[in-house]
Design a protein around this ligand. Sequence first.
Ligand code: SF4
Length: 398
Amino acid sequence: LLRLASAVITATARVAGLCHSVLRGEPYSTCSVGCNYCYARWYRGPHGEPAPQPYITKLVEALGRTWRKLGAAIPLRVATLSDPFQPAETHYKMVLRLMRLALNLSVPIVLNTRLAPPGREWWETMEMLASRGLILVQITLTGLQEDWRYLRLVEGGSPPPEERLSFAGEASDRGIPVAVRLQPLIPGIGDRDPRGFVKAVAGSGGKLLITEFLRIEKKLFDTYKRLFGSLSEIYNEPWEDYTPLNLETGVLHPPLRYRIETARILSEEAKAVGIAFQTCKEGLFHLHHPGDMDCCGFKLFNVKLVIARRPHLGDVYRIASIKGKAAPDDIWSSCRAREDLLCAEKLARLPGWLRKPLRYHEKKLAKILQNPKLVETIAPSLQYDPLEGVYKPRDYRT
Ligand code: SF4
């Protein structure tokens, strides 16, 4: 049970405040792709030779039972701390087993990868999952082919952008819904040609672009400045502490002004070519579109089961956009009224190993909402009005 409960991601402020899906299944102990900026290392230790994690079949079985009873499902994120299609998969086939089980038990999965499936069996299983609306593939792309001479310095174990785009195209052609994650957005690379990038994503059949900015340990900042400083002025400015309210964890991300402007350009380019745009753990909700899309892309699932997600600050922003303001408690009444949100009394129907950590996330979110400074830091699209005691959409036009 303890192992199953570890499938729920720890409730940090950014996760509890900004993540709909906190359920993950890790098929491998580590990752051999070995990206230099990889923050999975902070949670699972160094890169290296991965060992298979057989417990995940138990996890899928447990979720299958739970979702059948509930009539709704939170999709399982497959491999958040390693690449599911790293070379070890050809030998161990953990992800293939997981996908086949998910198919049998109707468990929706989000597969996040930068590598193409190792062979025919994987493709066929993904196609079958897609035909039943049970899979969303998120392909990580950090730049275009022209950027590869720079990108290979920090992600040399990954395939070049052209290969990832061709994988996205093949998946789309096979009827598998594809979202592209521009993650991490490395200043100087991910912002070099936003129009070209978005066009390439749309051209490969991607329906949604999700972006998350680079976050790096302080000790690595000078290395990134040396590698990419000639490509972007932002390396000459002070970067902000990633942990809200400058708690000094030693992890940095680019200044807010840069993040907003870069995401705004990507958002507009995405709108121009008709694909959705979301930010991940950035809280820039005013740039998200269309209005009914969520930041995980659950909207792209085409499943009979109700896809449920936990509410987050984006739902507060949604209420505030419609009504002009949102009191901290409005999120719970809105959640109770909607079948696609999993919270409050609805959690009582879950087994203990899942209910307890999800409740903890909920309590943490309630606590965050009582701290306007924290909300405004992790969700810059929201502004607290102390006179009325409510949150309002921040107006970035003035
Ligand atoms: S592929 Fe993903 S998990 Fe693996 S090293 Fe690169 S960033 Fe980390």
